[in-house]
Design a protein around this ligand. Structure first.
Ligand SMILES: [Zn+2]
Length: 432
């Protein structure tokens, strides 16, 4: 089955499972799980920051106006029209009776906009990605930093600062292009998620569970004719949940929490893999996310379901060890196939880059590597209760090194797939 028909199948199953917008009112048939901006659109719509059209669609590729983007940003920042006193704005083309004057006034008041430079605001013009980025950077109060950077274009500094703070995460458009609705939503979501916290939307960080839990037969069908000779979609699984049942190893007196470290490494790795051109999904999109939180089994099942729902080509689960040892070990379900292949690259790269003791590639029937249809590994990066390991695991630099080692392993693995050509599929058949 080709990927497109698989996606249609997922949509079909979703529609079957949830025929009417009852529980998942904010699901859009044109922004499903496989859309790179799915989570942003979903979470913003759940919080009334973006809305769909009357026919239930979101129309992610549609362009939006400068005023509409102001409205999006204003709502994210907590703007409510009731009780807001509209101020006069210094734009000749925005009158007191203009439909979007309150949004424009609010954004102007907060220093997010200053017009086109000629006394107008061009409220009905399409917003370019660069303009949206500028407003986002201002909303994060980082404009001064952007203005210090000299560049080829007026927006160079803004783009650089936005990139630095991950505001361009999951954005694939160029600055000069008109921003599409999905990109606009993603930027606003990224600002909301920004660590420094212009706004802290607790609701945006609600636990989420995949809406698509395929049966074994459906997984077989989805993966039946999957082409493994190239990599495209990678599912990154930061081990454990931030809260709830499936929390990780902890050393309370040191404030060390496995689920924080696994997320921090994964987030860095995600960025690297995206730079390499892969589509990356995370089982925990943000640090404080938890996935399917009612039991450990549900949490693990939800991770596996997500991998299948996005038709992942590769599954990488990141963990930290505990219990009186030292060093790195990488697990796969069995030694014969592609999972072991990837595990070997990861094991070699991490131990070489960190100097950690090499505990080797091992097999185990851990839930997430046992129940995933695609090649999958679980990495125990190092031991939290071994001081020398812990120092590396807790440091920015150490996390970068580990993430880079894994990213390089993925590159080496991908290269080896290309070398094997059709042989990759044959090797895969040896995986039970
Ligand atoms: Zn763990």
């Amino acid at each position: 089955m080709k990927r497109t028909s698989a996606v249609l199948l997922i949509i079909g199953i979703l529609l079957m499972l949830f025929p009417q917008p009852v529980v998942f009112a904010q699901s859009f048939p044109d922004v499903t799980f496989t859309h790179p901006n799915y989570i942003a659109v979903k979470k913003l719509s759940e919080n009334g920051i973006v809305a769909g059209y009357d026919d239930g669609t979101f129309q992610p590729d549609k362009e939006i106006t400068r005023t509409e983007f102001c409205a999006l940003l204003a709502r994210m920042l907590g703007f409510v029209p009731q009780g807001y006193a509209v101020k006069e704005v210094p734009f000749s083309d925005v009158g007191a009776d203009y439909w979007g004057v309150s949004f424009i006034s609010y954004c102007y008041e907060r220093g997010l906009i200053n017009g086109m430079g000629d006394g107008t605001f061009a409220p009905a013009d399409k917003v370019t990605l660069a303009q949206a980025i500028k407003m986002a950077v201002c909303a994060m109060k980082k404009e001064a930093e952007a203005l210090e950077i000299e560049g080829e274009n007026w927006y160079s500094g803004y783009v650089e600062v936005a990139s630095k703070y991950r505001i361009l995460k999951s954005i694939s458009q160029e600055p000069d292009e008109n921003a599409m609705r999905c990109s606009a939503a993603q930027i606003v979501y990224n600002v909301a998620m920004y660590d420094g916290g212009v706004v802290n939307y607790d609701e945006l960080m609600q636990e989420y569970a995949p809406e698509f839990a395929p049966t074994e037969d459906e997984i077989d069908e989805l993966y039946e004719n999957k082409d493994y000779s190239y990599l495209s979609v990678i599912l990154l699984d930061p081990g454990h949940n931030y809260r709830g049942k499936d929390i990780g190893a902890r050393i309370d007196e040191l404030g060390v929490r496995e689920e924080i470290i696994t997320w921090q490494i994964s987030d860095k790795l995600r960025f690297m893999l995206e730079e390499m051109g892969y589509t990356v999904y995370m089982t925990r999109e943000n640090l404080e996310d938890s996935i399917a939180n009612t039991s450990t089994t549900e949490s693990l099942q939800a991770r596996v379901d997500l991998a299948h729902a996005v038709l992942a080509d590769l599954y990488i689960s990141i963990h930290c060890n505990m219990g009186g040892g030292t060093g790195t070990e990488t697990y796969c379900f069995d030694l014969g196939g592609q999972s072991a292949h990837l595990a070997k690259y990861i094991q070699k790269n991490i131990t070489e880059a960190t100097g950690f003791y090499n505990r080797g590639v091992k097999t185990a029937n851990f839930f997430v590597i046992k129940n995933t249809a695609m090649p999958s590994v679980l990495v125990e990066t190092g031991f939290l209760d071994m001081e020398s390991d812990r120092e590396v695991l807790l440091s920015e630099e150490g996390q970068e090194i580990i993430a880079r080692a894994i990213a390089d392993a993925v590159a080496e693995y991908a290269e080896s797939l290309e070398r094997q050509d059709g042989a990759a599929a044959a090797i895969l058949e040896s995986i039970e």
